[in-house]
Design a protein around this ligand. Sequence first.
Ligand code: NAP
Ligand code: GLV
Ligand code: GLV
Length: 321
Amino acid sequence: MNKPYVYITRKLPEDQIKPFKDDWEIGMWESETEPVDKETLKKEARRADGLLTMLTEKIDEELLNDVPNLKVIANMAVGYDNVNVEAAENKGIIVTNTPDVLTDTTADLAFGILMAAARRIVEAADYIRDNKWDNWSPLLLAGSDIHHKKLGIVGMGRIGQAVARRAKGFDMEVAYYNRSRKYEVEEEGLAVYESFENLISTSDFVMSLVPLTNETEHLFNGDVFRKMKKEAIFINASRGKTMDEKALYEAVKGGEIKGAGLDVFEEEPISSDHPLLTLKEIVCVPHIGSASKETREKMMNLSLQNIQSVLKDEEPKTPVH
Ligand code: NAP
Ligand code: GLV
Ligand code: GLV
């Protein structure tokens, strides 16, 4: 019997794929850093029984119209807004993601950019690098406190809850808004539920941890930034399109809010001439939420295991629905 063909859209380490080589014929995009081009992806998908994709690949209906053998798309991310799941499911293709294994790592980064924005850590490091440090002075690079301040988390899922745990360790007051109530979170004393309106207008830090969907696109818009406190800092560690980037720029520039910490952007990657980078109150990092070596290895392995299960007619560990 022919071995199933699995195409991987980025170069993964040999030790990750080795265990699967006896069972599959494997094709892999040659670059670790550049995403696969559309034509190659189309051609490979036409032949593949399984696809292992990154969040940089758009798996749309057009592509899914010409995939006669495809049984599984394993997206190496917990977010799957890059995949048209409905179109895939209509064709009987299973879509999987990588929840849980990246929760704590992403929460660490989200809390890290919150701290960096509040305490001006990046600006302060640049200050020394730019040879500006002449003296200690009482208000030199004075930022905002984190402890005993209020954090409002929008999207109280796995990562939201992990961030709330970190915030509790910093003696923060934590509130959340989520489309469904999370009673277990409230019973644990991790966070109190608030309406979206109340949360955004009373929090010192507002953090987006909602998936990108039709309902959450531009959830954080000009109106919302205007309702926030003037001292508020906005953190986005979910998807860039949950915020209106132009409105955020205007809000920080116009002093409607104090600053922001961003791991994600509306169109990625951004380059050094992006307007957000002209504001020192905004800390930008390049979508590195889950980027620890340990966690990225777990995400690779979980994606490969998911493909293995589907190709063996078994339930994958983490299907998206
Ligand atoms: P999750 O456990 O599914 O949590 C998402 C939460 O958002 C759920 O509680 C969900 O509520 C809620 N939600 C969905 N739509 C909503 C809406 N319209 N209004 C209010 N709340 C809504 O997912 P997760 O593992 O925490 O990951 C969250 C997101 O983070 C991912 O989707 C991904 O986009 C992003 N992410 C980013 C990075 C990074 O590198 N920056 C890394 C990992 C993940 P229900 O319980 O009602 O469904
Ligand atoms: C990363 O952004 C993910 O969704 O896993
Ligand atoms: C600062 O370094 C202090 O000692 O307060």
